[in-house]
Design a protein around this ligand. Structure first.
Ligand code: BG6
Length: 481
């Protein structure tokens, strides 16, 4: 049996993102952002992207989301009851700069987050703030999004504004959520703010690799400059990467499969983390650009900025692993940014994401071996349909089983010697799904009484996993029963 030992100050908590939890999409001066232009979809129906928001014809899940904007006090009190020591959240750019290119921020937006941080402080919950989580003002999207270099300056204005305003209450910052999503076409829209001609649906986007890698490069520069700036504002700040880590195994020991897996891991998982942690483009990325005829602008000044603005901790999301195969007839599964070949040893969720707790230990060791810095798991969880039993309870034993099995592997990784400092599972409370817009794809410890179309009381209900996670935190990870 494992001896489960977590460090005394291990940061147990949970995560959300502004566009998926807040709602209040046009209140108190907030401008529309790119998430506000995505309609409701499902596992089988893709989300439509409409630059003109047409409330009469479509339902847009982010407009009300989980109504967190109006209920954050109640939510934070529940996080406190669960015992959170850290809470990962994001700040909505369009709440602070409605169009993105203004010089002066929207005071009402800043004041909202003042109230959120005051509430967290009251309960001694450490905020972990993602500056950019899948949303930018829609106005900037129409100007090329992240493929436009001017966006770097607009982002820096936003980042500087919030880092100055909250410099005494926030210590942990993540410049970009899942920055590596731009290594795949699905990242164009909500990561890059890029809408190529002909794109209508989130799941089926037209791609222009030059633009996409230009956008990713611009984000690397923006991230590094934000880090350098933040360190001047408060030398006590900590900055983390956030990588969507999908561990890739070879489907068979056939050397070609093994090589394909190595290359896929390098590009999807290591490339962006290497730039943010080591301050330079890795050799294999250059080879990839050459082989795929990818060209974009990188100035000497950009590369110097990247070199001097490295992150100091590594964070990542972990939901699944996938396989690669050189056999085109192999069965396929899905994933948040990429699918892959089906692993015969793993089960999958209803949305066909493979469940692989042992892969988390493997991944933690691979990351630590590469970077040797503290690590946080900033997303991990299972999207599942919850049903309320007649007594009003939500018996989500599948969620408990998923999280328990991953925490067990975290403990083993710590015993291996990995410096894991925190865990913020996705999600603290139910939010609308990013890929499908559904409320029914639930991840939270707290149930939000709303359906996919926004009907319901939006009341908060503690699930069984709430009480279980409370016990886990109280015992500092030793009681997982
Ligand atoms: C991550 C994102 O990729 O996956 C979250 O950072 C997202 O925003 C999460 O919600 C789960 O994905 P989905 O599509 O099931 O909501």
């Amino acid at each position: 049996m494992t001896s489960r030992t977590f460090p005394d100050h291990f940061l147990w908590g949970g995560a959300v993102a502004a566009n998926q939890v807040e709602g209040a999409w046009n209140e108190d001066g907030k401008g529309p952002n790119l998430a506000d232009a995505m309609t409701l979809g499902s596992k089988d129906t893709p989300r439509r992207i409409t630059l003109d928001i047409d409330d009469k014809s479509y339902f847009y899940p982010s407009h009300k989301a989980s109504d967190g904007y109006h209920r954050f006090k109640e939510d934070i009190e529940l996080f406190h009851e669960m015992g959170f020591r850290i809470f990962r959240m994001s700040i909505s750019w369009a709440r602070i700069f409605p169009n993105g290119d203004e010089d002066t921020p929207n005071e009402a937006g800043l004041a909202f987050y003042d109230r959120v941080f005051a509430e967290l402080e009251k309960y001694e919950i450490e905020p972990l703030v993602t500056i950019y989580h899948n949303e930018m003002p829609l106005h900037l999207v129409t100007d090329g999004g992240w493929a436009n270099r001017k966006t770097i300056d607009y982002y820096l204005n936003f980042a500087e504004t919030i880092m100055r305003r909250y410099k005494n209450v926030v210590r942990y910052w993540i410049p970009f959520n899942e920055i590596n999503d731009l290594t795949t076409p699905v990242g164009n829209w909500n990561h890059g703010g890029i809408l190529n001609p002909g794109t209508q649906y989130f799941q089926d986007q037209k791609d222009d690799t030059d633009r996409r890698y230009q956008a990713l490069h611009n984000q690397f520069v923006a991230s590094a400059k934000a880090v350098s700036l933040g360190r001047k504002i408060n030398p006590g700040f900590h900055f983390g990467t956030m990588i969507c880590y999908i561990t890739v195994y070879p489907l068979t020991p056939k050397p070609e499969d093994v090589l394909a897996a190595q290359q896929e891991n390098a590009l999807r998982n290591f490339f962006s983390g290497d730039v943010q942690m080591k301050g330079e483009y890795p050799y294999f990325a250059e080879k990839y650009f050459l082989n795929h005829d990818i060209h974009f602008e990188r100035t000497k000044e950009d590369l110097e900025a990247i070199k001097s603005g490295c992150c100091d901790f590594y964070s990542f999301s972990y939901y699944m692993s996938n396989c690669v195969s050189t056999d085109p007839s192999s069965a396929q599964v899905s994933g948040n940014i990429m699918g892959g070949a089906k692993n015969p040893y793993l089960k999958a969720t209803e949305w066909n994401w493979q469940i692989d707790p042992v892969g988390l230990r493997y991944t933690l060791n691979a990351i630590y071996d590469r970077y040797h810095t503290p690590i946080m798991i900033t997303e991990n969880g299972i999207g599942a349909k919850d049903t309320m039993s007649p007594d009003g309870a939500i018996h989500d034993d599948y969620r408990i089983a998923y999280i328990r099995s991953h925490i067990e592997q975290m403990a083993l990784a710590i015993a291996d010697g990995v410096d894991l400092i925190g865990y913020t599972p996705w999600t603290a409370i139910d939010v609308v799904s990013c890929s499908t817009g559904e409320m029914a794809k639930r991840y939270g410890f707290i149930y939000v009484d709303a359906d996919d179309s926004g009907n319901g009381t939006y009341n908060r209900i503690r699930k069984d996993s709430f009480f279980w996670y409370q016990k886990v935190i109280r015992s500092n990870g030793s009681d997982l029963d």
